[in-house]
Write a protein of this length. Sequence first.
Length: 507
Amino acid sequence: MTAISKRGAGLRSVATLVCGALAAGGLAAAGVTALEPGAAAASSHREAPLISGTPQYDNTDVYAFVSPDKPDTTTIIANWIPFEEPAGGPNFFTFAEDAQYDLHIDNNGDGQGELLFRYTFRTHVKNKKTFLYNTGAVETLDDKDLNVTQTYDIELLRLKKQRLVSRTKIADDVPVAPSNVGKASMPDYAGLRKAAVHELAGGSTTFAGQADDPFFLDLRVFDLLYGGNLSEVGNDTLKGYNVNSIALQVPNHLIQESTHQPVVGIWSTTQRKNAQGHFRQVSRLGNPLVNEVVNPIEDKDTFNASGPWDDAQFLENVTHPELPGLIEAIYKIPAPAEPRNDLVDVFLKGVKDLNQPPHVTPSEMLRLNTSVKPATTPKRLGVLDGDNAGFPNGRRLTDDVIDASLQVVEGELLGAKNDLGDAVDKNDKEFEKAFPYLALPTEGSRGPLAKGASGGNDVRSQIGDALQPAGSDDTTLIAASAGAGAGGILLIGAALMWWRRMRGRAY
């Protein structure tokens, strides 16, 4: 976010400028106590040159939090495929078959994963002679009218210093929730979502499928810092877009090193099979927006292919971040002196006495203290507002990471009290109260009724009647249009021509 503007309009306006860009170095004030937020985070959508061209493999966000309704478990959510337009048919959104979607757990603070949950997907097509994703109304995940379906397996890999210790398959052929085509195609999408939640042995639960993009912010900052008009803020850029989500709820004891060391580091990656048949990492995400803003263009693809244990190569991007100097030049806000060792302490290690593991190796990942109980009334600013169950102790779906990060960067914890933000304080859709917690995806068939339509499924019913050749003739087909408006007659006329062609007639 290296946009430039010549205008300034006070602290609130400056806030809207910096909100998305704060994460440039995981910017956070340092030298404070456990109330101090760690790395700023936002959403990494299309953040690097190579991955922007292959959205099926592109991580967008990672969330990790102690489950509010099951506090003895932790929920991990990782999202892929940015900016899914709900009406994006006829080929709707699927996970890649030549990819390994991985959730990594570092449970001892050494910057390396000890546990890896690997999701792999298969696509199934019932009828390849049609262009349709579904050929009728879909009522169940195994409905004959759901033409394109996916299933997945999960493997649990135990590692030591990145060497495989054991591999266990913990799920096989679990159905994926489909894309939400629309109300006519999927009249009870909530039921399909519920059916895609799968219980695993040992107290774990899994889900994979489409969801509303849970991240909320005003991303117009990329338009030369709000196009020089800082009053035009408060628009949730991601409203109406969906993502493909993987959600996994696991018992805390499964991922903790011990009850005495309950802090875990979490990140996700995508590995893609190359022409030689080998899998290579192409995307990585812990604290989002790191690769989008912290790393310069020359480092972005390298970061996506690397692991946290090699993050020393990107250290200068944190100790000498580009963004503070730009903000100082434009808005006269003094940039802190470099090197920014404060950012290293908080951004790469976790917050001391809250979610920093002992003997930590500095590395980029989302850190969560699994012993902190969920808040009864979560506060959107998390730790900054006294809610230690929220950001940066993991990341809940409702955490306003932009505002929290901005306020800390502008000196909230150093005595410069402020109420800065981007004027987007919550998601446009309500999150659910139970696993997988994500809001339902926006359906593809949205918009006002056509002129003369009364609502409901009247047009669909007319088409359905017209496409029943058995025991029908031209007279009954034409009669089906009686009383219909001009639009209905045209639709049935087209169906009639199709039916005649199927019977080999001339028309």
